[in-house]
Design a protein around this ligand. Structure first.
Ligand SMILES: Cc1cc2nc3c(=O)[nH]c(=O)nc-3n(C[C@H](O)[C@H](O)[C@H](O)COP(=O)(O)O)c2cc1C
Length: 163
């Protein structure tokens, strides 16, 4: 069984909801077990055993939340991230609200931790997922399919490279 962790920050539930959609998409893939964790309540053993880890944050002031950013700085090194596949996602309130900048900041952390980063990009045609999937709050239901698609693509890529 291939394990995948999704670690997120969320205060009002949007990022939590889309993390669940993403896990649903991953869990549709045979031989994959995906679980979601709020960053304050991570099952470290499961994360260490995971071959892929996806990080998601709300957009605060066009970046990740300060709490999540600090957690990633301090706790990332305990989670054996090196060499694993990593991905990112974000939520925002406005289409121009800066979610790309949020994901860019997270991706830089992942690179520095030595992860291999993945979005799927244009490899599967539409929807092209550039840096990672984004939800514009509070319309989470409208983004369910996008997050499931990303979850499936991420899980299938892990299966592909693990063979
Ligand atoms: C302090 C604060 C700053 C925010 N800054 C932005 C922002 O720069 N751009 C934006 O689009 N939304 C911004 N938002 C809205 C949140 O990104 C959005 O509501 C998000 O989905 C909240 O996620 P959550 O429900 O998982 O906590 C901000 C919200 C708060 C509370």
């Amino acid at each position: 069984m291939i394990k995948i962790s999704i670690i997120y920050a969320s205060k009002t539930g949007n990022t939590h909801a889309v993390a669940k959609y993403m896990a649903d998409g991953m869990n549709e893939t045979k031989d994959v077990e995906a679980r979601i964790f709020h960053y304050s309540d991570v099952d470290e053993e499961f994360v260490k055993e995971s071959q892929g880890i996806v990080f998601g944050s709300p957009t605060y002031m066009a970046g990740p939340t300060a709490d999540f950013y600090t957690w990633l700085e301090e706790s990332g090194k305990k989670l054996n991230l090196e060499g694993k596949m990593g991905g990112v996602f974000a939520t925002e309130q406005y289409i121009h609200g800066g979610a790309d900048l949020t994901m860019n900041s997270l991706l830089i952390h992942l690179l520095i931790y030595g992860m291999m980063v993945y979005s799927g990009g244009r490899a599967f045609g539409k929807p092209v997922i550039h840096l990672g999937p984004v939800e514009v709050s509070p319309e989470k239901e409208k983004f369910e399919e996008l997050f499931k698609i990303y979850g499936r693509r991420f899980a299938q890529q892990i299966i592909k490279i693990s063979k």
